[in-house]
Design a protein around this ligand. Structure first.
Ligand code: ZN
Length: 201
C-alpha cells in the first residue's frame, strides 16, 4: 500500500475499505469474473446505499455524519425519532436489519461527557428502540453498546453513538463467511419508515 494523498489507491490495491463505523464493505466483484466483456471496473452491489444516493451523497470526510443527520429531513437523514437532547437514526452500514444508533445532538466523544439529561434520554431512547423493534420485527435478542475511541472500534469516534442491534437466531447466516457480505434484507428507507411509524408519540 502506498502513502499518498490519493484515497483511492488503497482500494485499488486490494485493501478492504471500511465505512465510518468500522464495518468492512463487501468485496467488490472483479469485472473479469462476470459475463460479458471485462471493462476493468469492479462492481459492488449494495442496494441499501440508495438511501445515501437519494440523500444527495455521502457527507464529505471532514463533516461529522451525526452532526449532519439532524439538519436533514427524517427521510434523508434516516432519522427514526428526534428527542429533546438525543435522536435515533438507522445505521447506514447496518450489521443487521433494524440496526439503530442513539446519538446526543451535541458533538461529544465520551459517554462520561454527556449531561445527565443527555444520558437519561439516551437510556430512555434505547429502551424505546428495543420495544419498537420487538413490536415490529420480533428479535430474539439485542446487542447494545458504545465503542469509545477509535482503538475500541468506534468509526466516528468524535461523536458518541450507542448501537442497538436486533438479533435473530437465524441472522448469522453463511454469507459473511463465504462472501464477506452481510445480507441486509430490508432497505434502509423502508425500515426507517416502519420504525418511525411504530415509535410511540
Ligand atoms: Zn458530531
Amino acid at each position: 500500500m502506498t502513502d499518498g494523498p490519493d484515497d483511492g489507491a488503497a482500494e485499488r490495491e486490494g485493501a478492504v475499505p471500511t465505512d465510518y463505523d468500522g464495518t468492512a464493505y463487501p468485496q467488490a466483484e472483479s469485472a473479469s469474473d462476470l459475463a460479458g466483456v471485462p471493462d476493468g471496473l469492479s462492481r459492488l452491489w449494495t442496494p441499501h446505499r440508495i438511501a445515501y444516493i437519494e440523500a444527495g451523497g455521502v457527507p464529505s470526510s471532514h463533516e461529522c455524519p451525526f452532526c449532519v443527520a439532524p439538519t436533514l429531513s427524517d427521510e434523508q437523514g434516516l432519522i427514526v425519532h428526534r428527542g429533546e437532547h438525543a435522536f435515533v437514526l438507522m445505521n447506514l452500514f447496518p450489521y443487521n436489519s433494524g440496526h439503530l444508533l442513539i446519538c446526543p445532538y451535541r458533538h461529544v466523544a465520551g459517554y462520561d461527557e454527556t449531561t445527565e439529561a443527555e444520558s437519561a434520554e439516551m437510556t430512555h431512547l434505547t429502551q424505546t428502540a428495543m420495544r419498537v423493534l420487538r413490536a415490529t420485527s420480533g428479535p430474539a435478542g439485542f446487542n447494545i453498546g458504545m465503542n469509545q475511541g477509535a482503538v475500541a472500534g468506534a468509526g466516528v469516534a468524535a461523536h458518541l453513538h450507542q448501537h442497538v442491534v436486533p438479533r435473530w437466531a437465524s441472522d448469522a447466516n453463511f454469507f459473511p463467511i463465504i462472501a464477506q457480505t452481510k445480507a441486509i434484507p430490508k432497505l434502509l428507507g423502508d425500515a426507517r419508515r416502519e420504525l418511525a411509524e411504530a415509535w410511540p408519540v
